[in-house]
Design a protein. Structure first.
Length: 263
């Protein structure tokens, strides 16, 4: 009996190892299947949103490289099951759009972030229904050389100094050329960025009424309304900030459809 009992123990151990190996293989296959399913679901959402943004660019006569869409958060499937998504990132490189009067606004990158995104699971399965973002924000930078070209005054150069937009330009007075410098006040209203220069100074410029009138008239010509074009996903300009790299434009929108639907 001891022999029979002793020989049964190795067989049990072998069966136990086989069951463990089988379980581990099954677990690995399940994880692989979930990873594949996760990527498929995320790719569908990214492709759908990218197609919508591309269509809006065409409708708005804007151009950019193909949208680079990324669904943030891993695993994606757990977000799909809840119908809630942490964040969707959309990068538009080499963005360009008409700004009226034959002018064009250019941004090397328009960085769009959609948050509080909601969609029923059935939407990702069938393509029917809406993917909606509670909030969408977009940030892009206009180079100072491009901004000066939009204002279109000969010799004007703009830059950032101490967090403010500063313009420098040549002014002819009394048969001489003087460099005048002014700080711009920036204001956003109804999608228009108003640029108004004030506190203008010019080293060596005589403080006489005739010369001051010349400077005042020139400064009035520097006043400019930057009509920011329609942006994808109903984004509206909310603020502008002078930064060392350029004029940073921030836009936003609420309750935005990210797949099909009206513009």
């Amino acid at each position: 009996m001891a022999e029979v009992y002793g020989s049964a123990q190795p067989r049990k151990r072998r069966r136990g190892r086989k069951l463990l190996v089988g379980f581990l293989v099954l677990l690995v296959l399940l994880v692989v299947a979930l990873v594949v399913a996760d990527r498929v679901a995320a790719s569908y959402a990214e492709r759908t949103i990218g197609d919508r943004v591309s269509q809006q660019l065409t409708n708005q006569q804007a151009t950019a490289e193909s949208p680079d869409v990324t669904v943030e958060g891993v695993p994606f499937l757990t977000q799909v099951a809840r119908g809630e998504y942490q964040e969707i990132k959309i990068l538009l490189r080499d963005f360009s759009a008409p700004a009226g009067n034959g002018q064009t606004i250019k941004m090397p990158t328009l960085d769009i972030r959609a948050k509080d995104v909601a969609a029923p699971l059935n939407t990702l399965r069938t393509g029917n229904g809406d993917i909606t973002a509670g909030t969408v924000t977009g940030t892009g930078t206009i180079a100072y050389a491009d901004l000066a070209a939009l204002i279109d005054q000969e010799g004007l150069k703009v830059s950032e100094q101490d967090g403010k937009l500063v313009g420098t330009a040549p002014v002819q007075a009394l048969g001489q050329t003087f460099q005048v410098t002014g700080t711009a006040n920036l204001e956003v209203a109804d999608g228009v960025v108003r640029v108004r220069f004030a506190d203008v100074t010019a080293e060596g410029l005589p403080a006489i009424p005739l010369v001051q009138n010349i400077v005042d008239n020139y400064v009035k010509n520097l006043s400019y309304d930057l009509d920011v074009p329609a942006l994808p996903l109903d984004l509206k300009v909310q603020k502008v900030e002078p930064k060392p790299e350029g004029l940073v434009v921030t836009a936003g929108a609420d309750n935005v459809p990210l797949n099909s639907g009206g513009l």
